[in-house]
Design a protein around this ligand. Sequence first.
Ligand code: HEC
Ligand code: HEC
Length: 303
Amino acid sequence: MLKIILFFYLFNCFLFSNEPITPIPQHVQVNQDKANLGKKLFFDTRLSADNTISCHSCHKIQEGGDDNLQFSFGIYGQEGNINAPTVLNARYNFRQFWDGREKNLKDQVASPIENPIEMGSNFPELIKKLNKTEYLELFKKTYKDAITKENISDAIAQYEKTLITPNAPFDQYLRGNKDAITSEQKEGYALFKSKGCISCHHGINVGGNLYNKFGVVHDTESTSLGRYNVTKKERDKYYFKVPSLRNVTRTAPYFHDGRTKKLKKAIKFMADVQLGRAISDKEINSIAAFLHSLEGDLPQGKE
Ligand code: HEC
Ligand code: HEC
C-alpha cells in the first residue's frame, strides 16, 4: 500500500514540476465564521453611500467574478475608467489591482468602499451605519472589538479567499487525467508554450504573478500609465499586472481598458503586440480552446 502511495506521490511531483502551470487546490482552509460574515458584507448594498451598490454589483460570482462591462458603474450611475478584473482566484495574484497598488486582499477592501465613483462611503460613516443593524451582534460574535475597519476588511478578505474555481478540465489533465481535455486543447496548450504566451501567463493563476508591459513589440495606445502611477519610475510606464487567464472565457471584455470584446481577437492582439508573431486562425482557435479548459467550478452565488 505504502509503495503505491509513494509511487503516486512521486508520479504527481514529476507531473507538476514539469509543467509551468499548476492546478488550483480542491479545498482551501478559511475561518468559516469570518468568511460567512464577509460573504454577507460582499453582497450588501449598505456598504455604499446611497445603499445601491455592493461588491457583488461589479463582481458577480456566478458570471465569472466580474460584470462583463467595459467599465463598471458605481453610485449615482457614475462610470469608471478601468475594467473590473475577476475576484475569482484573486487570492493567488501576487498583488491586487491592474497596477498592483495593493499588496493583498485585506488591504484592497477599503479602496472600493472609499472610492467616490464606486461605493462613495467612508469608514466612520459605514461603521456608524452598521452599528445600528444586525451586524453589531454578528461582528461581536466573530471579533472581540466588533465593527472596525480592520474587521470589515478581514471578513471580506476571508470570504474572497474561498472564491476559488477548482476542477477545471485543464487541472484534471495536470493531475493525470489525459482525457480531461480534447486534442485541440492539447494543441492549444502546446502553442501557448511554443509561441511564448507562457513566459508571462504561468503559475497557478496562469498569470497574476508579475508585471509586464502592455505593448512589448508594438505600441498599444494605452491611455493608462499602469504601474507608473504607483512608482513614478519611467521604466514602469504601461506596465500592468499580467492578468490571470483562469475563467478568461467568462470575463470579456478584455484588457485593462476593456477594448476587446472577443477572446480570439484578444489572443491575436497579444501575439502581435507582446510577441511580434504572426498567428494563424487555426492556431488562434486552438489557443482559445485551451483557454476554455481553464474554466473551473464556480463558487455558489448569494444562496
Ligand atoms: C463600481 C464597481 C466596483 C465595485 C462596487 C467594487 N469593485 Fe472591485 N474592482 C472594480 C474595478 C474597476 C477594479 C480594478 C481597479 C484597478 O485595477 O485600478 C476592481 C478590482 C478589485 C480587486 C482586484 C482584483 C485583481 O486581480 O487585481 C478585488 C480583489 C476587488 N476589486 C474586490 C472588491 C471588493 C471586496 C469590493 C467591495 C468592498 C469591490 N471590489 C467593489 C470594480 C468594483
Ligand atoms: C510579455 C508578456 C506577455 C505575453 C508574452 C503575453 N501576454 Fe497576455 N497579457 C499580458 C499583459 C501585461 C496583459 C494585460 C494588458 C492590459 O490590459 O493592460 C495581458 C492580457 C491578456 C489577455 C486579456 C485578459 C483579460 O482578462 O483582460 C489575454 C486573453 C491574454 N493576455 C492572452 C495571451 C496569449 C494567448 C498570449 C500568447 C499569444 C499572451 N497573452 C502573451 C502579458 C503578456
